[in-house]
Design a binder for this molecule. Structure first.
Ligand code: SF4
Length: 309
């Protein structure tokens, strides 16, 4: 598999270039503070179950993640607890250097045709290192030639824009961008190393203009004005999925204790209680229409948009 490089990005406009520059700055800053452990993996597709029961597999081109969302429940899971590097979550990243090759082998055996793939559930496929390594892009190239029955690309990074031409060649794909709040102050409090709200909204709008199906994942819902959220999303997403800490972390909120304490300490007690996702979803439905607003597990697993499923 030939991986794409920066020189392949001949469809990038001047606007892209400036967004990419910002991505590079983000990536550079993040990478300076984090250690990379590139190594080949034994497998690339993992059978799903539980929360992602609508999917057959998850695809993680990376182990670990360079974003350090304060609410990330993956830090409470085996991938972090058993990490061999002895580093805290978000301080290490293990790129699976042979990810596209492994996926290619699966594709050649016909293993992708019926697959419903979620990319990714325990990392961000556009973690800053992806800009140089192109492992996610390499996997997308494989799926453009051997399309799965459905693919959801879940990210919080505008770097996904780089791959919109490849994504457009995959028939049943939905690009989901995490946007738990449109309050930039809250974003900085809970996702200090992640791209800004404005850049994520811009990415969603441009992905949709490129003809891609888009989703905003308001998950976990963070403090902010739901009406402002609805106004920001209308026009740039096909649908929204709302979730909270209590349903979304797979442990009734136990994996999110630190994030909930942080919210309470900052004066956002209401958002640290169950029920906010339903309340925000109601408000979003008032503005966007009920068919465009889904909730929690049922929402993430709704693959009705993929005619192949
Ligand atoms: S981007 Fe996802 S996997 Fe990475 S730290 Fe944030 S919540 Fe965790």
């Amino acid at each position: 598999m030939a991986h794409s490089t920066e020189s392949d990005l001949d469809d990038a406009s001047a606007h892209d270039a400036s967004a990419h520059d910002a991505s590079v700055r983000d990536a550079g800053e993040a990478t300076r503070r984090r250690q990379l452990f590139p190594r080949p993996a034994h497998s690339i597709l993992t059978r799903t179950g539980g929360f992602l029961s609508g999917f057959t597999h998850s695809l993680q081109p990376y182990s670990g993640c360079q974003f350090s969302c304060r609410y990330c429940y993956v830090r409470e899971m085996t991938v972090q607890r058993a990490n061999p590097f002895g580093l805290p979550w978000s301080r290490w990243l293990a790129p699976k250097t042979n990810a596209p090759e492994l996926l290619w082998r699966t594709a050649r055996r016909g293993g992708l045709e019926a697959a419903r793939i979620f990319c990714s559930s325990a990392t961000d496929p556009y973690t800053p290192a992806e800009r140089k390594l192109g492992l996610t892009r390499g996997c997308l190239e494989v799926m453009a030639r051997h399309p799965p029955a459905a693919l959801v690309v879940q990210t919080r990074s505008p770097l996904v824009l780089r791959d919109r031409a490849v994504l457009a060649r995959i028939p049943h794909v939905l690009v989901s961008v995490s946007l738990p709040t449109v309050d930039e102050g809250v974003r900085r409090l809970m996702e200090p190393d992640s791209p800004s709200v404005a850049r994520r909204l811009d990415a969603l709008a441009r992905l949709r203009r490129a003809g891609l199906r888009t989703q905003a994942a308001v998950a976990p819902v963070l403090p902010g004005d739901p009406a402002a959220l609805a106004r920001a999303l209308d026009g740039c997403v096909d649908r929204v999925v709302v979730d909270d800490f209590f349903r979304g972390d797979g442990a009734g909120g136990r994996r999110s204790r630190g994030a909930l304490e942080r919210l309470r300490a900052a004066g956002y007690e209401r958002f640290a209680e169950p029920g906010m996702a339903a309340e925000v979803a109601r408000e979003l439905r008032r503005h966007l229409g009920s068919e465009r607003v889904l909730e929690s597990e049922a929402g993430f697993n709704d693959l009705g948009w993929a005619s192949s499923v």
